[in-house]
Design a protein around this ligand. Sequence first.
Ligand code: NAP
Length: 237
Amino acid sequence: MRILLLGGTSEARELAARLADAGHEVVSSLAGRVSTPVLPDGEVRVGGFGGPAGLASYLVEERVDAVVDATHPFAEHISANAYAAASETATRHLLLRRPGFPLREEYVVVPDIHAAAEVLPPGATVFLTIGRQQVAAFGHVDARFVIRAIDPPSVLPKHHVLLLDRGPFALEDEIALMQRHGIDTLVTKDSGGAATAAKLEAAAQLGIEVIVVARPPAPHGAEVVDSVEDVLHVLAG
Ligand code: NAP
């Protein structure tokens, strides 16, 4: 099959190699957000399609047999567009969403980034690990932020330390980082994935409050699997 693989995640990179090994012709697609992306094996295209209509045209022009959406669980626009474009063009569609983090009872789970900013205790020292794009939502919050992202956010809160880094992160390093900066609150998305899970264990060991931003829902009606293995299995069936 000729497969358009929407990527930007470690699972998508693994999938690109596995699908090619299984004999499929794969084009991986990246948004182009990260200045130095880790590239998957095989053919790669970079940049938006121009909304659902642009993506639908791409599927037809490139004679794509199946769209596998392996984007990040918080990349909700591209996932909505992919499902709409695949439906419109009657192209096979499959959504890979890795499982979320195991949620502990003591976590404060909020529906979106703005709600996370609202519940922060005044004067907190916050480890903000939500990526680069939505940091502006914390601009008005009276707190100290240690912000970790791959590339620098364009808007930063007044009191901040910026750490430019990319996972995977080890537990002992996360504990040392949180202790060094006197962190009392962790803010994370429910991204899931092994590469960034250690911060939650570190927070538990240090008694740090954890605020988790819940995932947006998957497109209604989409077929969803939660592992690379399942994608291969479904496409082979
Ligand atoms: P988004 O808000 O869902 O997408 C915004 C627009 O970016 C889309 O409408 C699309 O433009 C373009 N786009 C997004 N992903 C694309 C892809 N894989 N290939 C081609 N175009 C893409 O996405 P986002 O949250 O900015 O995430 C962008 C990328 O970063 C995704 O590929 C995602 O896997 C990766 N990522 C995101 C996060 C996160 O927390 N959001 C974390 C890690 C990695 P057009 O409408 O013009 O097609």
